[in-house]
Design a protein around this ligand. Structure first.
Ligand SMILES: CSC[C@H]1O[C@H](OP(=O)(O)O)[C@H](O)[C@@H]1O
Length: 348
């Protein structure tokens, strides 16, 4: 079981593993202000939908502490502005907006008249989001493990582990659970250009736990799938529309097409906080466009001529018809996703 914490909140400060430095260095960034938190999310110090959500929840607390010289009424009013600042840091993962919305609504339930008590009240909800995420990821691992057979060779994309969540992981949580329950699985991890979350983060997590893993460049996956070397594909999600269309790291859609072509089960693993019930399908999902430097530089080294045009979408949308099942903390959901995702919708 992993021993590190991607996120830790203490004394109104948020300490994050700096995922930009892994796997070469295990360093930490401490966020003391709202600006520190929005920077950490935007620059991907912390990344991964559930981890971003928990970080934003604590960002709401830090933003409130930062404005504790206000009157209580003024601060309550100001919470929406703190939410907007955090929501703008990254647009695609719904967990971020879901967490800040939940924090605002929770704050509105506060009936007291003490500002310090109000801040503690907010912190309690951020802690609840944190501990729910850990609990949900454990449940996702257990439900997903029912899909995994002994000796399965599993392909995964990007990083969906304890670094992308509060603990354990989503797709990588299923892989951890299968390994832990003795299924003798092995993993192919896509490097995941351009930020290389697979090479830098997934490989790091899997090696820490001695889960047999092979790193591949993204474009090698198709041949492995064609040649029958992959039994299952399991990926994470950043936003799932109510019909099951799923936004995830760029390259996921391509994998799903090849999986369908060669009849390899393609699973998405995510907590219900990643399901956006307000949108009908994937067309409504905003895809984050990121800096050209992510494509033209590796570290400090330039790998493309200055001035070349770059298109760098951080995500793509996999149509629901390419997805075999969606693994959530409430169980494995099969098509028709429109009907079956609604069935597991958490109460408001
Ligand atoms: C457990 S969800 C992880 C999800 O987030 C990643 O994106 P990013 O690294 O840009 O935050 C990727 O889409 C993963 O599937």
């Amino acid at each position: 079981m992993h021993t590190f914490k991607a996120i830790e909140f203490s004394k109104n400060q948020l300490t994050l593993i700096d995922q930009r430095a892994l796997p070469l260095e295990e360093t930490y960034l401490t966020c003391k202000t709202l600006e520190d938190v929005t920077f950490a999310i935007k620059d991907m110090v912390v990344r991964g939908a559930p981890a971003i959500g928990a970080t934003a929840a604590y960002g709401m607390v830090i933003g409130a502490v930062q404005n504790s010289d206000m009157t209580l009424d003024a601060l309550r009013e100001h919470m929406d502005k703190i939410k907007v600042a955090l929501d703008q840091s990254r647009p695609t993962a719904v967990n971020l907006q879901w967490a800040t919305e939940r924090m605002v609504k929770h704050g509105q339930q506060y009936k007291g008249n003490q500002l310090s008590e109000f801040i503690e009240f907010l912190k309690g909800e951020a802690d609840a989001i944190y501990y729910e995420d850990a609990e949900f990821c454990k449940a996702i691992g257990e439900h997903g493990n029912t899909l995994i057979e002994s000796n399965d060779v599993i392909l995964t994309h990007c990083n969906t582990g304890a670094l992308a969540t509060v603990a354990y992981g989503t797709a990588l949580g299923v892989i951890r659970e299968a390994h832990k329950t003795g299924k003798n699985i092995s993993v192919y991890a896509d490097e995941t250009r351009p930020r290389q979350q697979g090479a830098k983060l997934t490989a790091w997590e899997l090696m820490k736990e001695e889960i047999p893993a092979t790193l591949i460049v993204d474009s090698a996956a198709a041949t492995l799938i064609r040649d029958g070397k992959i039994n299952k594909i399991i990926v994470g999600a950043d936003r799932i529309a109510s019909n099951g269309d799923t936004a995830n790291k760029i390259g996921t859609f391509m994998l799903s097409v090849i999986a369908k072509q060669y009849d390899v089960p393609f699973y998405v693993a995510a907590p219900t906080s990643t399901i956006d019930y307000e949108i009908q399908n994937g067309d409504a999902i905003e895809i984050e466009l990121r800096s050209e430097d992510e494509v033209t530089l590796i570290g400090e080294e330039r790998i493309a001529p200055k001035g070349i045009a770059v298109y760098n979408p951080a995500f793509d949308v996999t149509p629901c018809e390419n997805i075999t099942a969606i693994v959530t903390e409430r169980g494995v959901v099969y098509p028709p996703f429109g009907k079956n995702l609604k069935r597991i919708r958490p109460e408001e």
